[in-house]
Write a protein that binds this ligand. Structure first.
Ligand SMILES: Nc1ncnc2c1ncn2[C@@H]1O[C@H](COP(=O)(O)OP(=O)(O)OP(=O)(O)O)[C@@H](O)[C@H]1O
Ligand SMILES: [Mg+2]
Length: 314
């Protein structure tokens, strides 16, 4: 049951209703007296718009018992670079510092730097900042991005292992050559080791099915179904199983007009395709509203469609 998870990731194809669903889910948790943090990791944020609040890098209350934060990868990346520079300072001689900073600045504009910084913030939310919350809900970016993010601890772990190995070898050589066999203190080694420990801790939490749940949102249409099937396979290979699907924007049965009737027929095919394709997942169905979900009132109404299923066991 999703309602008893401490951490929930909400994913899916672009535009299917991830942010709306994540916001409604968060609202539902807060209504159940669970102090909740809603985190948007999508660079194209829209959680703030849903609550009509301008959100930033720090958590802000958007509903009683519900705080929200939008992570800005650019700000995170700047903070991250600052920390890296601080960590290096004092480790290299002052004559080297300028060159090292130049190298760090160059690295900071390389592809992946913002993603790494974003990931660091997620790690900090899960391990430190999130301590004061009962539930943390992540509204993620469209599928590909999310999968990369969730598999990053694994990738970064391998990368850091390589770095640690090389530093260790180098330190051993120095120890023998310069330090009469006495081990030398290596602050960079320590920093890397600590990062690795934090990543491993987060990975453990993410893979712990009691603590973490994954929800995919899709619409009864061809492409979201294909994309969801692919994503589930890919995540499965990383030991992440998605047990809940929200099938969003279902056309009402009693529609009038030929056009909508035809669309409803078309939709029925896809609904049975979803049943066949995802037999193992709990599926929650949410109707298409007359308008966008653009107010807290509508979000509350959206949440009522999830309510009974989220806090009950399957
Ligand atoms: N059941 C629904 N009925 C009517 N409108 C909906 C419904 N669900 C979502 N919407 C609307 O669809 C649009 C897209 O929803 P949302 O922003 O939640 O999707 P998203 O998956 O987060 O998109 P993105 O991939 O761009 O982040 C929004 O305007 C939202 O209000
Ligand atoms: Mg969104």
């Amino acid at each position: 049951m999703i309602g008893d998870k401490r951490i929930v990731f909400v994913g899916g194809k672009g535009g299917v209703g991830k942010s709306t669903s994540a916001a409604a889910l968060a609202l539902l948790h807060s209504q159940h007296s669970l102090k909740t943090l809603l985190v948007s990791t999508d660079p194209a944020h829209n959680v703030g718009d849903i609550f009509h609040k301008s959100l930033h890098n720090q958590a802000l209350e958007v509903y009683p018992g519900l705080d929200a934060v939008e992570i800005d990868p650019e700000i995170e990346s700047k903070n991250y670079i600052k920390t890296v520079k601080e960590n290096i300072r004092g480790v290299v001689g002052s004559h080297m510092q300028e060159e090292v900073n130049r190298q760090i600045d160059a690295a900071s504009s390389s592809p992946g730097a913002e993603e790494a910084a974003l990931f660091d913030r997620i790690v900090s939310i899960i391990l430190d900042e999130g301590k004061h919350y009962d539930t943390i809900i992540f509204d993620t970016a469209p599928t590909g991005h999310t999968i990369r993010l969730l598999t990053l601890p694994e990738l970064m772990g391998v990368w850091i292992d390589g770095m640690l190995e090389r530093r260790k070898k180098r330190n051993d050589t120095y120890t023998q050559l310069l330090n009469d066999g006495e081990p030398i203190e290596d602050p960079i080694y320590k920093v890397l080791q600590r990062r690795k420990e934090r990543f491993t801790a987060v990975r453990k939490i993410i893979l712990n099915k009691k603590l973490t749940g994954f929800i995919f949102i899709l619409n009864p249409e061809r492409l979201p179904i294909i994309e969801t099937a692919n994503a589930l396979k890919l995540l499965g290979r990383h030991d992440i199983s998605v047990n809940t699907l929200f099938v969003n924007k279902i056309i009402s049965e009693d529609t009038d007009g030929e056009f909508l009737k035809k669309r409803k027929e078309n939709e029925k095919e896809y609904l049975s395709k979803i049943e066949n394709e995802f037999p193992a997942q709990q599926k929650l169905y949410i109707p298409l509203f007359e308008t966008d979900i653009n107010s807290i009132g509508l979000l509350e109404e959206f949440a009522t469609h999830l309510k009974t299923r989220i806090f009950e066991s399957k």
